[in-house]
Design a protein around this ligand. Structure first.
Ligand SMILES: *Cc1c(COP(=O)(O)O)cnc(C)c1O
Length: 483
């Protein structure tokens, strides 16, 4: 960063506000002992402050500037209407300790969202408590464990997880005190059925399945998989991060899932680039509906008031109060705005956009699983004639073309993975811009590979030592810390 930052812009006596002349007698400060002498705040004008923050905002990339094809993360455009809704005083100024009769509007919204999520997924109950997707997974696995314990099945301690799964799945399993067993994928990117059968036993607590999976493929045997797991006495956990591909088309409950988390911040549009807040409600089938965390919003009859209750066998609270309410409001606003038809259309266009890009890009980069994809697809960042170029080099070079890179090196079963998810909010023009950038970069890799190795060339910060950046976080300015 070559521009000076705000501390260096400061000059003694510079002010952003002008106070009128003192018209009362001067008084001595109460206790000199308790005052700090050293408080090196910058002294700057209003213009300095404004320019500093606007300049910082321009160093950042976001979905409001351009395409953000980060696979698995569903970086769709977030309508600003949702922001207005979440900021309405009736929602943003209520207190969680207020009596239910004074917050009927907020409870009605929670109830409405629970009902909408039930309709979208086919589940019989929903709890809005979990704070994000990974937290929803943890909640769901605790529910599965509680279900087995309630039946006296304490020996069921194994959770089966395909090798294409997101890292949060195995992490969830071990945090819940269970043991994970990895399942292989077959040549078409589905769960390998023979491997599944070989690992089912009376120790099976359940299976975690992402469908469509992280290769962007709909598992062709999902019904058979859930049947096998159920026959063995286990339950099916659905990682719902990819719900954006199937809204209004397939209901997870009808695919055999017993519990699933929704990533409201992904599928139902809340800004989530900076790490939160998210929201990861869980939906449950008949077997698990009494175990969901509470409280949940209920209504005695169609005319009656709303109230909050704890389900009969609830695993309890997993979050203070009622979940991330601001995200819940945004998701509800988004669902109401689109309606059932609109949600289905969003999924259809997300899938169409991904297949359009896949059809162009598979001509220039290897496509390990050559099938019609869902809302995302995974290429290999390996270029014939450019053996030293890696997926990371391609991604870094994309930054020079003004595009956010796709997800790199995930899923783990594809070497040099580039996972691309355009979402439904990109136009054909922006898809074409991305495709042209990728095709151009593949050509550069053969003729001038150093362009890729040294990229990015035009970003405010050149290539980082990513390990050092992650391990030694520098989160605040310090005098003389610039090197
Ligand atoms: C994003 C994601 C998660 C985790 O969700 P968070 O909301 O980020 O905690 C889990 N599984 C998959 C497949 C995901 O893409």
């Amino acid at each position: 960063m070559s521009e000076p930052i705000i501390y260096e812009l400061g000059a003694a006596g510079r002010r952003g506000a002008a106070l009128p002349a003192l018209d009362v007698p001067t008084a001595a400060l109460p206790d000199e002992e308790s005052l700090r002498n050293e408080l090196p705040l910058p002294e700057v004008s209003e213009v300095d402050v404004m320019r500093h923050y606007v300049r910082l905002s321009q160093l950042n990339y976001g979905v409001d500037i351009g395409m953000y094809p980060l696979g698995s993360c569903t970086m769709k455009y977030n309508p600003k209407m949702n922001e207005d809704a979440a900021r309405l005083a009736g929602f943003s100024h209520v207190h969680p300790y207020q009596p239910a009769e004074t917050v009927q509007g907020s409870l009605a919204l929670m109830y409405g969202l629970q009902e909408a999520l039930k309709a979208i997924s086919g589940f019989c109950g929903v709890s809005l408590q979990p704070a994000a997707g990974a937290h929803g997974e943890f909640t769901g696995i605790l529910m599965i464990r509680a279900y087995h314990l309630a039946r006296g099945d304490a020996h069921r301690d194994i959770v089966l997880i395909p090798d294409s799964a997101h890292g949060t799945n195995p992490a969830t399993t071990s945090m819940a005190g269970l043991t994970m067993v990895e399942l292989k994928s077959d040549g078409r990117g589905n769960v390998d059925l023979d491997d599944l059968k070989a690992h089912l036993s009376n120790r099976t607590a359940g299976m975690m399945l992402t469908n469509p999976n992280t290769l962007g493929l709909f598992d062709e045997h999902v019904l058979e998989i859930s049947e096998l797991v159920h026959q063995a006495g286990g339950l099916m956990y659905g990682d719902g991060a990819n719900l954006n591909a199937i809204m209004g088309i397939a209901k997870p409950a009808e695919l055999g899932f017993d519990v699933m988390h929704y990533n409201l911040h992904k599928t139902f549009s809340t800004p989530h680039g900076g790490g939160g807040p998210g929201s990861g409600p869980v939906g449950a089938s008949e077997a698990l509906v009494d175990f969901v965390p509470g409280p949940v919003a209920v209504r005695a009859d169609a005319e009656g008031p709303y109230s909050l209750v704890m389900p009969s066998q609830s695993i309890g609270r997993v979050k203070a109060f009622y979940g991330h309410f601001g995200v819940i409001v945004r998701a509800y606003a988004y669902i109401c705005m689109l309606g059932a038809e609109g949600l289905r259309q969003a999924s259809e266009i997300a899938v169409l956009n991904a297949n359009y890009l896949q059809s162009i890009l598979k001509e220039v980069l290897p496509l390990p699983y050559d099938r019609t994809c869902m809302h995302e697809f995974v290429l290999r960042g390996q270029i014939e004639g450019a053996p030293d170029v890696h997926a990371l080099d391609i991604s870094k070079r994309l930054i020079d073309y003004g595009v956010h890179p796709p997800t790199n090196y995930f899923p783990l079963i594809v070497p040099e993975a580039l996972m691309i998810e355009p979402t439904e909010t990109e136009s054909k023009r922006s898809l074409d811009h991305f495709a042209q950038a990728m095709v151009g970069i593949v050509q550069e890799a053969r003729t001038a590979p150093e362009l890729l190795h040294e990229a990015p060339h035009h970003a405010p910060i050149r290539r980082l030592d990513e390990v050092r950046a992650a391990r030694q976080l520098v989160l605040r300015w310090q005098p003389n810390a610039q090197d």
